[in-house]
Design a protein around this ligand. Structure first.
Ligand SMILES: [Fe+2]
Length: 287
């Protein structure tokens, strides 16, 4: 099974009017190249604009991509909170936008717009965590999706970009029925935030790492071990990277925002070995 993983698209019309077209071209390319599934690990929008999300949905529908078997999407901090830089004039407004109640409301809006990419259930009203099972011919795969967007907290998340996966989400994945479902599958876990940010050498970098990190990343890794996940996909830090934590291979797809054509390309073989490479497209493969 061939999986294309992309991240951090940061669509923002009309500020970056070309980005939507370029993103559409990339997706068309990906499906022309016989990928079986596309995973987008968050920050598909830049400013949490519902209008942008609706336009993305229209584009997916126009191309026949709006199908949970073809694509999986999860939100990033930008999809729920928007451009959340530290700005004293905006800090109160930002805090309100990213507060617990509002972050849940925004999460619901995101999930409802992209529902068909998460679940085939038209009446779903709760979304995370979710599991997709692929068990067709030559498929034996499970995608496990967590929401890692952490609500605003003056003490713990003052600029809205730290990550947190709720304990309930991780516990839910350890239920007996779920473990049975995952048994024997090649398990890929996805979240917006990953394990690594960067190796901080200066106090400034340390502060940056603090604002970007997945706060409960070690509990996340413990959970991944328990569900026998082989791969953990993420974005958030705009840097392509593959690294191992406790035997689990983490892959950061980097940012479409930076490189319009980057794909984290993963091939999973029937014997559950896998190959991974970052590839780039500069033009459409077919006219
Ligand atoms: Fe992010």
């Amino acid at each position: 099974m061939k999986i294309a993983h992309i991240s951090d698209i940061h669509i923002d019309n009309p500020v970056f009017p070309d980005r939507m077209t370029q993103f559409e071209e990339l997706l068309v390319n990906i499906f022309d190249l016989d990928y079986d599934h596309v995973i987008i690990t968050g920050d598909i929008t830049d400013a949490a604009s519902e209008k942008d999300m609706e336009q993305l949905k229209d584009m997916f529908e126009r191309n026949g991509f709006m199908d949970w078997k073809k694509m999986t999407i999860i939100p990033g901090n930008h999809d729920l909170f928007g451009k959340y830089e530290f700005n004293p004039e905006r800090v109160v407004n930002n805090a309100v936008n990213a507060s617990g109640v509002n972050s849940l409301r925004k999460l619901k809006i995101f999930c409802e717009i992209f529902r068909e990419l998460m679940t085939p259930d038209n009446y779903a009203n709760y979304y995370f965590p979710f599991v997709k099972i692929f068990d067709g011919p030559n498929e034996n795969l499970a995608i496990v999706a967590f929401n890692s967007v952490f609500e605003f907290s003056l003490a713990n998340n003052p600029i809205g970009s730290r990550g947190y996966i709720r304990e309930e989400e991780m516990k839910a994945m350890l239920e007996k029925d779920i473990l049975e479902l995952l048994n024997g599958k090649f398990v890929i876990s996805i979240s917006h935030h990953g394990y690594n940010v960067l190796k901080a050498k200066t106090p400034y970098e340390q502060a940056y790492v603090w604002t970007m990190e997945l706060t409960n990343r070690d509990t996340y890794v413990d959970t991944l071990k328990k569900i026998n996940a082989k791969i953990a996909l993420h974005g958030h830090v705009h840097k392509t990277e593959v690294y191992k934590v406790n035997g689990i291979v983490f892959m950061n797809a980097g940012a479409f925002k930076r490189s319009r054509s980057i794909i984290n390309s993963i091939t999973i073989n029937p014997d559950h070995t896998f190959e991974q490479t970052f590839i780039k497209y500069h033009e459409r493969v077919t006219a």
